[in-house]
Design a protein around this ligand. Structure first.
Ligand code: ATP
Ligand code: MG
Length: 295
């Protein structure tokens, strides 16, 4: 188990495990500060990728990095408590241990990343001294920066979105036909561009036709266009994945995974496709993930 799952003090955690930096990483025009930087942006804008890039670079330069999936204050406190026990060898009450670890960091500089904080106010009092990156979707964070450096991560530029797809399709350049119209329709959202890149076995123009058909159909469910773009790319990707062998496994598997921590799930905890192939034999099409496990 790792920091990727909700906190459980009985289990060992991996605070040195960094998210993978995207293979076609597009450098963003963003400068992180020396102290605490709060990185704000909509879902899928690339906040975690930005922090991961900084973390990988810091580590390569010899700086220790602590990466904490920070979906709640309790997760952060629990992580600090685990780390305190690891560095001191003493097991204390969680709050005392968290305070003790914050004190330890004052003399042992690390880059600390608190990724996916609901609001920076939630981790008030839990920000160590030294270099810290806090990522959040909380748009109100800009008003409550408390003197901290605030960086807004927006959408890809047209060129970045295009380059991201082009590098993905480097060995099939003919599929880039229609790429400019497609990235505009995707609203240049990094997450949507990434999902399309993972899907493409047809030209961008053909993908755009399918995209538009589904995008229109989802208008009632997702009035917000940003959400609808992501829902559309997901719908197309899941439908395609579900058709691949073993057929009919990916959709229920994703439904199941959607119940787990949004910030990352250890691959080790995912069922092996072979063990899930029985789902497709026994599971009625409408079964819930729970039914799929027991069916
Ligand atoms: N700079 C980048 N270069 C290339 N791809 C990127 C970049 N930023 C984001 N992406 C793509 O977009 C996806 C979503 O990015 P990321 O997980 O960083 O978003 P986020 O802002 O942290 O979203 P959330 O608020 O939901 O946590 C990544 O998995 C990656 O495929
Ligand atoms: Mg994130």
């Amino acid at each position: 188990m790792s920091t990727w799952v909700r906190h459980d003090r009985r289990a060992p955690h991996r605070f040195d495990q960094l998210p993978v930096r995207s293979a076609a990483f597009q450098s963003r025009d963003v400068v992180l500060g020396d102290g605490c930087t709060v990185v704000v942006g909509v879902a899928g804008a690339g906040k975690t990728q930005l922090a991961a890039d900084a973390a990988h670079r810091a580590r390569a330069a010899g700086t220790g990095v602590i990466w904490i999936v920070a979906g709640s204050p309790a997760q952060v406190t629990g992580a600090y408590a685990d780390l305190d026990e690891r560095v001191s060898g003493v097991r204390r009450d969680t709050d005392a241990a968290a305070r003790s670890f914050l004190g330890w960091l004052e003399t042992h500089p690390h880059l600390v990343v608190l990724d996916g904080v609901p609001s920076p106010a939630d981790v008030h009092g839990l920000i160590p001294v030294g270099q810290v990156i806090v990522t959040t979707q909380d748009r109100g964070a800009a008003r409550r920066a408390d003197g901290r450096k605030l960086v807004e991560v927006g959408l890809f530029t047209h060129g970045q979105a295009r380059d991201r797809l082009a590098s993905w399709l480097a060995d099939q350049p003919h599929l880039l036909d229609g790429v400019d119209d497609l990235v505009v329709e995707l609203g240049h959202l990094p997450l949507a561009v990434a999902q399309v890149g993972a899907y493409l076995a047809i030209t961008c123009a053909d993908y755009l036709d399918r995209f538009r058909a589904h995008h229109d159909r989802l208008s009632d469910l997702f009035p917000d266009d940003h959400d609808r773009v992501v829902a559309t790319t997901w719908t197309l990707s899941i439908a395609r994945a579900d058709q691949r062998r073993p057929v009919g496994v990916d959709r229920p598997l994703l439904r199941l995974l959607s119940l787990l921590d949004p910030a990352g799930i250890p691959l080790r905890s995912s069922p092996h496709p072979r063990s899930t192939s029985s789902w497709t034999r026994t599971r009625p099409r409408s079964a819930t993930p729970r039914g799929a496990w027991t069916g």
